[in-house]
Design a protein around this ligand. Structure first.
Ligand code: HEM
Length: 108
């Protein structure tokens, strides 16, 4: 069996953040939430949120995936707040890239 490893960089402007880091951003002037593994800086979106500021602020610094998915269609983030996505949740060791291992079939 031949193994090949591929390093996949995160897109430009994206970083990996720990939940510990996310948890520091809980205020109206600095609010981050996590949805489906993506870290969103929703500070400037708060005042535009159709569900109100408080709905998001309640989840400031937390993973809101479950509640978010119950209320919103899947394309709502790219549609209304594409600039809010600042990165993904991961360990500091995983930043700035992730290691993907690809298994190739043996050559004859
Ligand atoms: C960038 C992130 C978000 C975007 C783009 C977004 C967008 C929206 C939109 C477009 C609506 C109106 C839906 C409709 O009635 O057709 C809405 C409603 C709502 N959102 Fe968000 N939202 C975000 C984050 C969140 C988060 C983190 C929460 C907390 C779990 C939340 C809670 C709510 C609630 C409670 C409503 C009101 C639902 C209702 O009135 O029936 N949203 N949001």
């Amino acid at each position: 069996m031949l193994f090949r490893s591929v390093v996949a960089n995160l897109p430009p402007g994206m970083s990996a953040y720990t939940m510990e880091e996310v948890a520091k951003h809980t205020s109206k002037t600095d609010c981050w939430v996590v949805v489906s593994g993506q870290v969103l800086d929703v500070t400037s979106f708060l005042s535009q949120h159709p569900g109100g500021e408080l709905a998001i602020l309640t989840f400031g610094g937390k993973d809101a995936t479950e509640e978010f998915d119950m209320i919103h269609p899947p394309d709502v983030i790219p549609k209304y707040a594409p600039d809010a996505i600042i990165g993904v949740v991961g360990t500091a060791a995983a930043a700035p890239h992730r290691l993907l291992v690809e298994v190739l079939p043996r050559r004859a």
